[in-house]
Ligand binder design. Structure first.
Ligand code: Z5A
Ligand code: MG
Length: 212
């Protein structure tokens, strides 16, 4: 039997697009189809670096903007040995936000270029598929108010949305835009189908390096 690695599937999108809901549904569906699958989410608030980030997001502490960008990136790098190990074991990883959120959120701040924001994440394991859950601010608003965390402000989120559009012009990434305004089940059906197709192809290929 030929060896099959796990694949790296990322879900991205604006606030309340349903990323966490869909990550959980996807892992469940892949497991029900007899595949090994696990969730990873960024920021991973459980590590020491993740706790610094969490405290910043909860506005319990302030961090300089470059510094917090590098911490978000470091939070991904510290998980890379685990990510590689799981992929080598044939475990498919479903990732709730990745470097694309890192670039979109920091570059929405004044004085940050997309290029500068991408540099710390260059060379991370490259996702085999990035699904962008697209949702208008109007529909997002129907899913409840913003929370109290930093960045949960309508004008900032609009700039983040524009940055995501720019980031999606990068054709080195396997993007799939998903209409997230539909029911949870309809969105899930699309996500599951795209993921199964990607697994069938990518499991035979080496893991790539992001933005390299
Ligand atoms: N951030 C950064 O700056 N730099 C980085 O490198 C990274 C992140 C990785 C924390 O992220 C913040 O960190 C985030 C970006 C920044 N700041 N903001 N904003 P987080 O992932 O912890 O954020 P979150 O609290 O999980 O919120 P979220 O991700 O925006 O939500 P979501 O996961 O997309 O949505 P959800 O929790 O699945 O669903 C939201 C609600 O809608 C919930 O009540 C669902 O039941 C409902 N829902 C979901 N799907 C549907 C459908 N289809 N129809 C109707 N209702 C639905
Ligand atoms: Mg979420």
């Amino acid at each position: 039997m030929t060896f099959r690695r796990g694949v790296l599937i990322v879900l991205e999108g604006v606030d309340r697009a349903g990323k966490s809901t869909q990550c959980a549904r996807l892992v469940q569906a892949l497991q029900q189809n007899g595949r090994r699958a696990e969730i990873i989410r960024f920021p991973d608030r459980t590590t020491q670096i993740g706790q610094l980030i969490s405290s910043y997001l909860e506005k319990k502490s302030n961090l300089e903007d470059h510094t917090v960008h590098l911490l978000f990136s470091a939070n991904r790098w510290e998980l890379v040995p685990l990510i590689r190990e799981k992929l080598e074991q044939g475990i498919n990883l479903v990732v709730d936000r990745y470097a694309f959120s890192g670039v979109a959120f920091t570059s929405a701040k004044p004085g940050f270029s997309l290029d500068w924001c991408k540099q710390p994440d260059v060379g991370l394991p490259k996702p085999d598929l990035v699904m962008f859950l697209q949702l208008s601010p109007e529909v997002a608003a129907q899913r409840g108010q913003f929370g109290a965390e930093r960045y949960e402000i309508s004008s900032f989120q609009q700039t983040v949305q524009q940055r995501f559009e720019e980031i999606r012009n990068d054709t080195s990434i396997n993007w799939k835009v998903i209409d997230a305004s539909r029911s949870i089940e309809e969105v899930h059906t699309d996500i599951k189908s795209a993921s199964e197709k990607t697994i069938d192809v990518a499991q035979h290929l080496p893991v790539g390096e992001l933005w390299r």
